[in-house]
Design a protein around this ligand. Structure first.
Ligand SMILES: NC(=O)c1ccc[n+]([C@@H]2O[C@H](COP(=O)([O-])OP(=O)(O)OC[C@H]3O[C@@H](n4cnc5c(N)ncnc54)[C@H](OP(=O)(O)O)[C@@H]3O)[C@@H](O)[C@H]2O)c1
Length: 234
């Protein structure tokens, strides 16, 4: 396993259910931890819980390219970026508004594009880096009600695989985690009959990402799948 000691690790979407748990694990590995999210209060609380200074947190909406560029200027070049920022609007097509669809694409797909555009040039200069994304199981397998969400995550899957082709001759690694239902606030606003008590626990999803962060650097872990027992879609 690669050590995370003193590695510069940026978590985007750190204020979410998985992000919170992951931040604790990465901090426990004595990494140089930097956190980003949309919500000032949640970011400030997380930083204070972890004993981080205010200079190690940054508020940015990833759907805005200018805010992502500002985030890249703030953070400099991280060794590892974990992108956990995402939204889930799950509704049947007739209830899905144009705004729902566009917002989902703007955050989940274009937001990740903004991150790649702002951070890959720096990683290319240093010829190293790891970017972990969560296209999720719905980036590979469809589900009723997920037209917008699956469109964003299938798009993400395709975009990341194409970028990986461009990076083949560098030491920059792209790792995709195909995560199934995980019990986080992501599901709080979703009107769907799901068995959250059977979902993957947020802290266990975080452990799998923590594991991915520590994989040997002479090769690339291209993908990992983690799903609940009762819903093994892949
Ligand atoms: N939970 C699941 O079942 C599951 C399964 C597969 C994949 N995933 C993916 O895993 C990732 C993390 O999910 P989670 O379960 O931890 O969800 P969550 O608890 O809802 O957290 C989502 C995170 O994304 C941030 N975010 C949302 N929109 C943003 C924007 N425009 N700009 C910047 N940050 C934004 C949120 O910030 P705020 O705190 O400010 O809102 C929060 O930190 C998401 O990409 C999700 O699609 C989740």
């Amino acid at each position: 396993m690669e050590t995370l000691f003193k590695k510069k690790v940026l978590i985007i979407g750190a204020t979410g259910g998985i992000g919170n748990e992951l931040a604790k694990l990465i901090k426990s590995s004595q990494a140089d931890l930097w956190l980003s999210g949309r919500n000032d209060l949640k970011l400030g609380q997380l930083a204070s819980d972890l004993g981080l200074s205010s200079s190690q947190i940054f508020k940015a909406d990833i759907s805005d390219p200018l805010q992502v560029q500002a985030m890249a200027e703030w953070s400099g070049n991280p060794d590892i970026i974990i992108n956990l920022a995402g939204i889930g609007i799950i509704k049947p097509l007739e209830q899905l508004s144009y705004e729902d669809f566009n917002r989902t694409i703007d955050v989940n797909l274009k937001g990740t594009f903004n991150i790649l555009k702002s951070y890959l040039p720096g990683m290319k200069v240093f010829k190293q880096g790891l970017i972990i994304n969560l296209p999720g199981v719905l980036g590979k397998v469809p589900m009723a009600g997920a037209a917008a969400y699956a469109a964003s995550k299938y798009g993400l899957n395709g975009m990341l695989k194409s970028v990986r082709e461009e990076l083949k001759r560098t030491n920059i690694r792209i790792t995709n985690l195909y995560l199934g239902g995980t019990d986080t606030p992501f599901w709080d606003q979703i009107d769907l009959n799901v068995q959250r008590d059977k979902f993957v626990l947020a802290k266990e999803a975080a452990k799998s990402i923590w594991f991915l962060c520590q994989q040997p650097i002479s090769g690339v872990v291209s993908e990992m799948v983690l799903q609940p027992f009762n819903h093994q879609a892949i």
